[in-house]
Design a protein around this ligand. Sequence first.
Ligand code: ZN
Length: 642
Amino acid sequence: MISQSTIEKILDTADIAEVVGEYVNLKRRGVNLMGNCPFHDEKTPSFVVSPTKGIYKCFGCGKAGNAVGFIMEQNRLNYPEALRWLAAKYQIIIEEELVDSEEISKQKSEREALLAVYSFANKYFKDNLLNDEEGKVIAKSYLTERGIRDDTIEKFEIGYCKKGWTEFYNHATKNGFKPEILIKAGFIKQKEQKEENKKEEYFDVYRERVIFPIHDITGRIIAFGARLLKKDDKISKYINSPENEVYHKSKVLYGMFQAKKSIREKDFCILTEGYLDVITLSQNGIENVVASAGTALTQDQVKQIGRFTDNITMLYDGDSAGIKAAIMGTDIILENNLNVKIVVLPEGEDPDSFCKKSGGTAFEEYISQNATDFIVFKTRFLLKEGHGDPIKKATTIREIVETISKIPDPIKRSVFIKQTSTLLDTNEQILISEANRLRLKDNEKTYKKINDEFENLLSFNNDIENTNFNPDEDREKSVIRSIILYGNMPCIDDYTVVKYILEEIEMDNLEFLNENYGNILVETRKYFNTNGFVDEYFFKNNIITSQIASDIIIDSQKHLLSPRWLSDAEKSIKTDFDNYKKEVINNVNYLKLSHLNRLLNENSEKIKETKEQETLNELLQIQKNILELKSKLASFYGIIIH
Ligand code: ZN
């Protein structure tokens, strides 16, 4: 591999005009060179080379880049080949760097190594459970006692890790796995060294535990849950694999690989709390079961279920302490427009015990008879918790409405409002307006997102030299630039550019955020009001405007090439005389748009604060008007916003 210092030497030495000149007949045009583009057919030159900036750009086909890029394109070479070509041309000696290939493909190979070690370990653990004496006595008998059949053990690939301190470590290293990957995968840990000269020592983490492999949706093993069998209060009952390149626990549901077919067929998914719930239910013919083992339900998990069904049934033990926490975290399902039901098992039962006692068929019947819609369940639950306290009831109403407002579908929303208004013994209209208010608050976030995107779009469309740019400020700079470069030229009707800009800004009360540009505007207004025109001499020599004006004037003479083009060739910037009018109008409109966005934000703040329906209606009307104005402005740019 070519060393970085050689690459830099090549880039510094390669003269773009010379390199391109070997293939293209270039003619000087101001500070730049022009010729017919070698990459597309043309008769009038639109291919520009900037020797000072070391880059080229074709205004016809949009291709752009530096000398290396040109050679790659022209000679159909890859990057190192093009570098070597240029090195040969300029007689630069290439220093080769030995590459640590491990470093380069580290991430990829680490993924592969992890998947390999998980699959290897799983085979070993399974074998321990079924064929090893210790495994049979300790683990297999435990599972059998719990009524877990052999075919279920096979289906969920349950295994066992033996007691010995280094059983797995020895087996894995003998088979070529390095300690580093075993640590990363969570199988071993390093002992604390007591004596300095002692060699490194490792020990197995999952000792004496039943192993539940966690599969990804395609069936590959990406992690393990390891359950301790003996009672020991000093160590945790479950140990899970650490997160790494292949395992992100917020994206995985235990049992999904085995359950997905059944979830699709039955068109609902049962969500339980633990591995053994999934396994027992599945063994009893209820296969559409998954567990979010150890985490609160996440967006990713809900979306994964949503690929197979719209319906989730959450299953809780009769005495589950988790119910309250769970119902608080369930809005996430509603936001994804899935339907949620809750089933609570009889007091003292968990899925395992209940299923064993009554069998799969009775269990399914229980589920279908006791599944309560989540919102109704939550309402009842909170009312019960409140014991008729009116203040708590008000909080409950707010919480329920907030939950309902998360549902994207308006019809579903109105059904739930009707239902809960009865339960809550509260006027439906109050619930509706509260829900609308909350929806609006959420919409506001959406507006903001659209605005942001919109503004990005606009700012990218323009002549911004700064790489570290702020859309508003750069637009302000563009306005100042228009005044300085084209101030006295005609704009709209009999208005000059400077007159048009100053009047628009005054009429709409627009303000500049950047102080420097704002000050230039103030100076310009003073000068214009006295003289009726502006001129370059004034801008260059006025102490307040001098620095920025000089910058802008010199810049305008450096011609069209800006470094930004390199990153995005098609964003061509045309500030020539044919386009200046459009540019001026666009920039002024952009200032208006920013102003509208500020008004919109202020109004949204008021909407959030108001408690009165009448004021709310007024504010909503204002909001609507501003948005309409915005979309008019947007259509000026040929962009559709909602
Ligand atoms: Zn071209």
